[in-house]
Design a protein. Sequence first.
Length: 645
Amino acid sequence: MKKYILSAFVVCSATIFVSCDDMLDTDPRVTDATQATFPGKIGDVEALNTATYSIMNTMGGGDADTQNPFYWWEVMSDNCYGSGGLQDNKVKAMHHLVEMSVDQYQQAFVLLYGGINRANNQIETIDNITWTGNEAKRKQLLGEGYFMRGLYTLWLTQLFGDVPLITSTTITDEMRQEVSAEEKIYPQILSDFVSGMNLMGTTKSSGHANKYVAEAFLARAYMFWAGFYKKAGELAAGSAPAINLVKQEGCEKENLTQAEVVAALKDVVSSGAYKLLEDYRSLWQYSNSYVWDEAHDNGLPAEYFDEKGNKTNNNHAYAFIADMKRENCFDMPGMGNGNDEELFGIQFMNASSWGINGAIENGGTYSTSRMYCNYLSCWWALRVNGNNGNRDCTYPFTQGWGQGTPSCNIWDDWTIAEQTSGPDIRKLGSLIDCDHELAAYSYVKDDCEESGYAVKKWCGVTTDKMTGDTPWWHGVEEGFKGTLDNPMQGEHFEDFYLMRYADVLLMLTELTGDAQYMNQVQKRAGVKETAYSLKAVQDERRWEFAFEGIRFNDMRRWSGKDGGENCYAAKALQAQAGKQVVVKGNVANKVSMKHMTCSWAKRYADTDGFLSKPQSQITLMEGKLKQNKGWDASNPETQYVDLYN
């Protein structure tokens, strides 16, 4: 079985600010050696690089409600509800932009600073060895260190706003003080991406960044800074200001302009290194050839048929992918994981274990026990009622936790859009219409905020060849057995996309007003190609990237800081109020969605979409770290309320 992996090197020592003296005391090295002796050879630097990337596996493979920011941003947007079971309070808290504990969001805070520290160590120690004859390798590894530091810092500040900016493993008192994200942190983020862009080569290497990846994230970070902090408005008007940069290796420029960001994106396009896949469904594991074959009786083993040639133990056919070309199935060459549309993503392999954990304050743990599987495939899988493992009810999809279910809003808004655009393959390519698409779907008696939809992109997939709810990956290699010994939770290896070529195209249209790039995305989706308008770009981004962790920060940058209750994000979130959902399986008496403490519009306006900083970290930092506005724990509007028990 092909192992889709970021790296096989397990490092799980990222710790929090255990004290002011030991702030960010994360050791990414593989021995007890000091920086004076380690790294001592190129392989050591590569190990450091692997450790830097591995933080993404921890975020992507751990409990989604405690440490996966890409999941959080979907749940916080108008694309998803909190849902889950009555006891699943964390996910409902983040959907309502409140907290169920003052340290609810600590684990992502910890992990991201751990990643930053690993990147800093990689940058600082790279010249411990002699690079004569390997100068290009040095530049690549250094560029990856800068890029990953910028990426972790970007995610950190999008979650928490003004925080300490850590650019060294030697933490000074000044560095412990939180600083302005707008004025201090984003210049460093963009400088790191510029360094990465100028140092890294163009070679595509599975799971690693290159020049084009840095160029794409340069645009994403710049557009958030310009839209959210500078309130640049419609970027196609050329309204975004230049941002000052920080001098460092690979970044000698004084500032970065909108025109230079556009040029970087056009460099990705002109390179020809990436392209849109022909069929949108090829990106997602439900289109694998095993399910396709079962829909077509194609190449199935003899035991699937009786003596007359009729199917026996296989009586399912997934109609949604029946019209695909078999060569476009997810597991075919050039499709699925590592495809030509994927610039960058979290990759996984069969190396999960219950025994991997990382220590945090007071003896607690953050979950890394599934860090090498895509745990979102379980988290977003179907929450079924009394039919666990019964494929007759949910074929080809498997059971899971059913938290963060799609909102009525995304389905309803998409349906309205189709009245003008025509049928959009992405809608059923992204969502399961449970009541109409599944043979015998039933609602769970202890569930809540059920819309009748599920996330198809990431939901676990099985086939009739498998037993129980065993994922389809078992078909890739005969006799395959997962290391976690729990197929439902530990055997999901679909890449989580962090940057697709479609995003490069849509960012270009938004920055330039040139619809030709957006039209390529629309054409692939089978919808009407339109002229540029900001609304057209906003809609295309929502449909194209549904459930990929992008929507919420798009909403924020189209709203601007201090946007109030009438901004784009606040109004979109408030539109959830009054939607009819199923609670406790009571289909006959649906419940109107309501905010648990005040309103979504008010909570968004109060917080600007930032989360609460962990109180334990604020306490440890002795006044150097301040709580974000809108998160006064004494205010009942900030605190979780049980709506359904």
